[in-house]
Design a protein around this ligand. Structure first.
Ligand SMILES: *[C@@H]1O[C@H](CO)[C@@H](O)[C@H](O)[C@H]1NC(C)=O
Ligand SMILES: *[C@@H]1O[C@H](CO)[C@@H](O)[C@H](O)[C@H]1NC(C)=O
Ligand SMILES: *[C@@H]1O[C@H](CO)[C@@H](O)[C@H](O)[C@H]1NC(C)=O
Length: 184
């Protein structure tokens, strides 16, 4: 059985939803996560955030590991794409500092890399190819680290919390990926 999923969903809306939930999540969202979600999120650096992120998708309560993989990589993809297309693009327009502009361009490239790797992961999922997923999630996560490094020495890096969000979504994806490859 093959279930095709695509990005044809209105992901601008989804991205808003994800950001909203990451910022404003209520503890109620963490009520009774499924055994699978519990098992996955228990391995992440922030259990609550993981549960809240996954439960931002209405499929999660009934999701098997395959669907949960689509959900987690979809969330990471949407997040990275939205940050690049809207947030970084707007910051670039807003700045008149050459130095700041240069740093932002670095982040823009980093997020482009993240988006492309997460898209590759999504395509892999569609073809039920699992072995490369954790690595792709890792590369996307490193891209957010690289962006964070680009603002070293700047007291309030403009993408600070957003880099953290992407990192944690990638972490969830990498853990779910390991459910398929058996390594842990
Ligand atoms: C969660 O992780 C802890 C240790 O990290 C472990 O003791 C516990 O059994 C785990 N719970 C579940 C539901 O996997
Ligand atoms: C985990 O995430 C929640 C929700 O975003 C946040 O309130 C909390 O401070 C985080 N905990 C840690 C240890 O980072
Ligand atoms: C860009 O500048 C406008 C006008 O000053 C401001 O409203 C907006 O919040 C800024 N965007 C970002 C991402 O900082």
């Amino acid at each position: 059985m093959t279930r095709y999923h695509s990005f044809s969903v209105p992901y601008h809306f989804l991205a808003f939803l994800v950001c909203f939930i990451l910022v404003h999540a209520s503890p109620a969202a963490a009520d009774k996560p499924t055994e699978l979600v519990d098992k996955v999120c228990n391995q992440t650096s922030n259990y609550t955030l993981c549960v809240e992120a996954l439960y931002s998708d209405s499929r999660t309560p009934d999701a098997d590991s395959y669907t949960l993989a689509f959900i987690s990589f979809g969330l990471a993809y949407t997040n990275a794409n939205n940050i690049r297309d809207y947030y970084i693009a707007e910051l670039l327009k807003n700045t008149s500092s050459q130095d700041y502009h240069y740093r932002l361009e670095t982040c823009s490239h980093d997020y482009l890399r993240a988006v492309s790797k997460l898209e590759e992961a999504y395509n892999d999922l569609n073809s039920e190819t699992f072995f490369g997923l954790a690595e792709l999630a890792g590369i996307a996560s490193e891209a957010s680290d690289h962006c964070q490094d680009a603002f070293k020495g700047i007291s309030s890096p403009p993408l600070g919390s957003r880099n953290g969000d992407l990192k944690r979504l990638c972490e969830i994806g990498a853990i779910i990926a390991k459910l398929f490859t058996g390594s842990s």
